[in-house]
Design a protein around this ligand. Structure first.
Ligand code: ZN
Length: 245
């Protein structure tokens, strides 16, 4: 629509405005790519997660190269959080992991964000959130205290403000935190095309993976590879006006 007219007949000539619109169309969504989940000596290693690190690095690099915003989530635990247990069942409870202030809580360097706006789970007024998001055109990091990113009550209003047309989602674990993020997005944003990057995810329980992927596909998610996702980022960047710098 660049250079077109609005319903009211005014000519759209503001490239910065158009760039903002294009940028808002596609976001990358990185789930919990933190040391404790991603590295074999982490506190709650997701089996084989180290194998997807090269793909995660490529996805993060492509997003940053093409000016696509990365929205990430990260567990940020303190003792007493309800999913932590010293006798975990690995379904509803897990051993202590991603404890605040530890090296294990940090994102791995391969998925490092650029100057992220960190949004804690303490509820903020919608007006304040909107203001913060509008002022910040880079990456966003949601901290959370439970598996489901939407238990951070600020996630929903922020996503509403970002209003993406397409979301490319990856990270760990497929059958736990990815599941909550994917099903939460499918439920809340049936009009947003969700791309699930299957070779940039790993499950805790491998038996669940195929079934879950099939369910998500039936609900409208598209299963893609890292290569597909990077092609999408490139295509999006090419269709957007040139970015300064
Ligand atoms: Zn956790």
């Amino acid at each position: 629509m660049a250079g077109g007219t609005t319903d009211h007949g005014e000519r759209i000539t503001d490239n910065a405005f158009l760039a903002g619109i294009e940028m808002a169309g596609l976001i990358f969504w990185d789930v919990d790519t933190q040391y404790d989940f991603m590295r074999a000596d982490g506190k709650l290693y997701v089996p084989d997660a180290e194998r997807i690190i090269p793909n995660l690095a490529q996805l993060t690099g492509a997003a940053h190269q093409h000016g696509i915003r990365v929205v990430a989530s990260a567990d940020d635990h303190v003792p007493g959080h309800r999913e932590l247990s010293d006798a975990p069942d690995f379904k509803e409870t897990f051993p202590p992991h991603c404890m605040r202030g530890t090296a294990g809580q940090r994102k791995i360097p391969e998925t490092a964000l650029t100057g992220p706006l960190v949004i804690e789970p303490e509820p903020l007024p919608a007006v304040e959130l909107t203001k913060r998001v509008r002022r910040h055109d880079g990456d966003i990091l949601f901290h959370k205290h439970w598996f489901d990113v939407f238990t951070n009550p600020n996630v929903e209003p922020v996503v509403r403000e970002l209003d993406p047309e397409r979301i490319v989602l990856y990270g760990v674990a497929l059958d736990v935190c990815d599941k909550y993020a994917i099903e939460g997005l499918l439920q809340r944003r049936p009009h947003t095309q969700l791309y699930v990057v299957t070779d940039a995810m790993k499950p805790i329980d491998a038996k669940q993976a195929e079934r879950l992927l099939g369910q998500w596909q039936q609900r409208g998610a598209e299963l893609v590879t890292t290569t597909d996702a990077i092609a999408l980022a490139r295509r999006r960047a090419e269709s957007a006006p040139a970015q300064p710098g």
